[in-house]
Design a protein around this ligand. Structure first.
Ligand SMILES: [Zn+2]
Length: 276
């Protein structure tokens, strides 16, 4: 199965009432776990890497490694640049294996966001790379939520493949239970057929996922709660066996591979909404 873009995954997910998880990765091991989880579940996934993590591992390394595994896989896998902030970063991604990019112009004026997104879409689509863009600003504060009255114009004039919506979810681990504005999500859905993306998607309850998918979210970005859980489990495991034998780096790598695969399989099943 080839490396695919969002265009091959999201319209189908939307029609069949499921969501494709967008697993944010921070290293190469997480990519291996994600591919194994997708293959074992025989379900598509999106592997994402944010431009903000570029200083730790250059986005080229992630793109080359992930796309290599995706091309050899028997399951459709999209390799996506998450929160691309600059044209330069997006071009580096396009040249290095990413089949999809997000352009994040959410902090710009509406007109500037439209103009820059149009430019990225023109370049990316000409070579089969899909583009996700953000309208509103993901995070707290209703003032920053996606304005449904702009959705039709934004999706039409940019030609994006997916729209990231600000509806009350936040990046990072939730300290308080988030209030997801599903009414607004419905209003957004009524304005466009473009697939919708939920950021800050980990740590919500099952009912919220189900409702959001029913309304029309077909990509859910998933990282913080899973990362937190897996890291706690690795620490606990290593601490419990400490003193019994020498501890090497591969001990934590083995646990990381195993625990992420386990969590990712659960999330794939949860968002697929069958065979749970
Ligand atoms: Zn995000």
């Amino acid at each position: 199965m080839p490396l695919v873009s969002l265009d091959e995954l999201l319209p189908k997910a939307s029609q069949n009432n499921y969501a494709v998880p967008g697993f944010n990765v921070v290293n190469l091991e997480m990519i291996i776990s994600a591919v194994k989880a997708a293959e074992k579940e025989q379900s598509p996934i999106i592997i994402e890497y944010t431009e903000n993590d570029d200083s730790r591992i250059p986005l080229e390394y992630i793109g080359q490694f992930a796309s290599c595994l995706a091309k050899a896989s028997d399951t459709p896998i999209c390799v996506h640049l998450d929160h691309g902030n600059t044209l330069k970063g997006i071009m580096r991604a396009i040249k290095n294996g990413y089949s999809s990019v997000m352009y994040d112009g959410a902090n710009l004026s509406y007109q500037e966001n439209v103009k820059n997104t149009q430019k990225i879409v023109e370049i990316a689509k000409s070579i089969g790379v899909s583009v996700e863009a953000e309208l509103g600003q993901i995070g707290p504060g209703e003032d920053n939520y996606t304005d449904p009255s702009l959705v039709k114009d934004f999706t039409k004039s940019t030609g994006i493949s997916a729209l990231a919506v600000a509806i009350g979810t936040e990046h990072g681990v939730y300290k308080n239970k988030p209030k997801v504005d599903l009414k607004r999500l419905k209003e957004i859905r009524e304005k466009t057929a473009t697939p919708l993306v939920m950021h800050g998607g980990s740590g919500l309850d099952t009912k919220t996922y189900e409702k959001a998918i029913d309304i029309g979210v077909s990509k859910i970005n998933y990282y913080s709660a899973m990362s937190n859980k897996v890291t706690e489990k690795i620490v606990n495991n290593l601490q419990s066996t400490r003193g019994q034998h020498e501890i090497y780096l591969q001990d934590s790598v083995d646990l990381e591979l195993e625990y992420f695969e386990e969590e990712m399989k659960k999330i794939i099943r949860l968002f697929r909404r069958k065979d749970n």
